[in-house]
Ligand binder design. Structure first.
Ligand code: PEP
Ligand code: CO
Length: 447
């Protein structure tokens, strides 16, 4: 294998890159990004790798969650609410599932989207597809759809301000366990998930008061007051990722400092392609999506390419097989990786294999299919004696109607009420917490 540098990906085929209309503008943006401070530090990425190593060993559970495509216009409230839902899910999984939960957001950098078609046609007009706000905009006009390299800098700035807010919330008291009752506003007391959540919050409250009386409190035990929350996104735009890659002064290793964890998508995971080439050289923990066309041999190739030294926690395989395929497709993949001895985290993305178009034209996912894929994921792991390490979901804290089903019984006709996503349909806050209780039950009964 050739020696890796941050730019060796440029000699490989890079799929799903925008057609930047002006190379000079792109160069200029890359140069400016190269001078910006890193968004995350190498030591934080190493910390996440060691937390994920515990997941790989079956001693913890991974919750990776957040937006499909973040917006440059997200308000502080919307960022806070997204964090709140993820923390609520994590508390449910920790308390009812009985395991430490590693929390990773699809946040503070999830701006680029691969699209099945490079162009979109409306009437007689054909324009470039919307590729995420790091590239162009949603409106269907020539100027909005023109890839604009200035947006790489806006993305960096939005990621920095989002991350700053997340650090403030997770270190500054908002995530204090004694606050979990105040996170409850999302639910009306009468909803079943709301009642269950309120009861759990009361039990945790009582336990904290007991611990406090015994002399154990947030002053002495920071884990009660603060949470470790990590960022991640799909490493799709390699010019952006390369420009934020830095050599760690302590170890001499390279880190992509745009996020703690990066993943390669289903459409760009070719071994020998530019995305795998870039990611193999950075020391961050990595993810790789694996969809229904992947073979056991492909999965082993991915493990060998991205984690040749077999470092536990380095590689998370995120399966997205679809609820109808998971029970047959997943076991041979699990068996192959188990037999190869590669230490991976297995996470279930129950969203991307279960998207369909409702009669009114809205792209949606049914809550029951999401649940069914996770249930099949647990069953496959039980069959193969491997650890169902985590889930990877698209959600928002906003009260949207994008996925059907769940406790509120959103039906296909209701999708238009609050359909706000810029890309794929997301679970809303209630559907997310509902799901967390159900996954916690699966974890618990796995016992
Ligand atoms: C995504 O996670 O938003 C995505 C595009 O997924 P996949 O690569 O699995 O299709
Ligand atoms: Co998506």
């Amino acid at each position: 294998m050739t020696t890796w540098t941050p730019s060796t990906w440029r000699d490989r085929e890079a799929k799903h890159q925008p057609e930047w209309p002006d190379d000079g503008e792109l160069d200029q943006a890359e140069k400016m990004l190269g001078q910006m401070p890193p968004l995350v530090f190498a030591g934080e990425a190493r910390n996440l790798t060691s937390q994920l190593a515990r997941v790989a060993a079956g001693q913890a559970f991974l919750l990776q969650a957040g937006d499909c495509a973040e917006s440059f216009d997200s308000s502080a409230d919307s960022i806070r609410d997204k964090l709140r839902v993820i923390l609520q899910m994590a508390v449910v999984l920790t308390y009812s599932g009985g395991l430490p939960v590693v929390k990773v957001g699809r946040i503070a950098g999830q701006f680029a989207k691969p699209r099945s078609s490079a162009t979109e046609t409306q009437g007689d007009t054909e324009l470039p597809s919307f590729l995420g706000q790091i590239v162009n905009d949603t409106g269907f006009t020539e100027s909005e759809r023109r890839p604009d390299a200035q947006r790489l800098l806006t993305a960096y700035n939005r990621a920095a301000s989002t991350l700053n807010l997340l650090r403030a919330f997770t270190r500054g008291g908002y995530a204090d366990l004694s606050q979990i009752n105040t996170w409850n506003r999302e639910f009306v007391a009468s909803s079943p998930a709301g009642e269950r959540y309120a009861q759990m919050a009361d039990e945790i409250d009582r336990a904290l008061r007991f611990m406090h009386a015994c002399g154990i409190d947030g002053e002495r035990v920071p884990a009660i007051r603060e949470v470790d929350f990590f960022t991640s996104h799909e490493a799709l735009l390699l010019n952006y990722e390369q420009a934020l890659t830095r050599q760690d002064s302590l170890t001499g290793d390279w880190y992509d400092c745009s996020a703690h964890m990066l993943w390669v998508g289903e459409r760009t995971r070719q071994v020998g392609g530019a995305h795998v080439e870039f990611l193999r050289g950075v020391e961050n923990p990595l993810g790789c999506k694996v969809g229904p066309t992947v073979t056991p041999a492909d999965v082993i190739d991915i493990c060998e390419s991205l984690n040749p030294n077999r470092v536990p926690g380095r590689l998370t395989l995120i399966t997205r097989q679809g609820s109808e395929n998971v029970r047959t497709n997943l076991p041979p993949l699990l068996a192959a990786v188990r037999d190869s001895g590669h230490p991976v985290v297995w996470a279930c993305d129950p969203m991307h294999g279960n998207t369909y178009t409702a009669p009114n034209g809205r792209k949606t996912r049914h809550f029951d299919s999401v649940l069914e894929e996770i249930s099949g994921f647990f069953a496959a792991h039980r069959e193969e004696g491997t650890w169902p390490g985590g889930i990877h979901v698209e959600l928002t804290g906003d009260s949207v109607t994008e996925c059907v089903g769940g406790g509120d019984g959103i039906d296909e006709d209701a999708l238009d009420e609050a359909y706000e996503t810029m890309c794929d349909p997301r679970l809303n806050g209630r559907q997310s917490v509902d799901l967390a209780f159900m996954v916690a039950d699966m974890l618990h009964s796995r016992g």
